[in-house]
Design a protein around this ligand. Sequence first.
Ligand SMILES: NC(=O)c1ccc[n+]([C@@H]2O[C@H](COP(=O)([O-])OP(=O)(O)OC[C@H]3O[C@@H](n4cnc5c(N)ncnc54)[C@H](OP(=O)(O)O)[C@@H]3O)[C@@H](O)[C@H]2O)c1
Length: 246
Amino acid sequence: MKDKVILITGASSGIGESTAKRLAGAGAKVALLARRGDRLEKLKNEIESKGGKALVVECDVTRAEDMKKAAEKTRKELGGLDVLINNAGLMPLSKVEKLRTDEWDQMVDVNIKGVLNGVAAVLPYLKEQKSGHIINVASSAAHNYFPGGAVYCATKAAVKMFTEGLRQEVAPTYGIRVTSVEPGYVDTELQDSIKDDEIKKGIEDMGKKITTLEAEDIAEAIHYALAQNTRANVNAVFVMPTEQQK
Ligand SMILES: NC(=O)c1ccc[n+]([C@@H]2O[C@H](COP(=O)([O-])OP(=O)(O)OC[C@H]3O[C@@H](n4cnc5c(N)ncnc54)[C@H](OP(=O)(O)O)[C@@H]3O)[C@@H](O)[C@H]2O)c1
């Protein structure tokens, strides 16, 4: 991990923030991407106060141009680019019949197109250097539907399938490893994006009934996938809370 340059989207909270700390603590140089620059600056200070190296790049993953610029800036200021962690996402759950179409668009734009924009921004560099690692954060929602999750689950299933297709295309040809990370219920701010009160209560109640995962657990899973010998591609890491049934 020492001196690897790792670009992490959605680094301003939850899984992205924890992953940035975990990987910087292991010696990586981390580029922190999200829209909330103040949160990223705070995280950068925390990482650098412990001897790590971090770069803040305010950006919106739905804008392909933002992602391209972020990749260029990362290469220039951190001296390379080895890993992309496509982690940014949101989960405004609701039943399909409510027709909250703005939220469907948001989920498609951030959860799916954001991942594609990230890949488009880094792939030319990784191809040229014939090495690298792309990690896409999908979800247990790619395997199982839950109430209000038809669109969210569909976006995560898309990410999971895209990740496998990408792996088959670029791992054997260019030595670029590709991993799908699929967490169950993690205690983060993700639930804050749910605007449907009934669905939100259902999700919160479910979280209270079990010991949920912490963001650090997923940071550890990501570290595991990255830390393997380059001959080993961890295709997927599917981590559920022990007490969560599906
Ligand atoms: N928590 C769970 O139970 C769980 C389970 C499975 C999978 N996941 C997945 O894990 C990933 C991280 O979620 P989390 O649980 O850590 O939630 P979180 O704390 O809400 O983090 C979401 C991150 O995404 C960023 N983001 C959202 N829209 C963005 C945009 N347009 N451009 C750039 N960044 C954007 C947010 O940053 P800004 O708002 O500052 O831009 C934030 O840093 C998501 O893909 C989520 O679907 C979570």
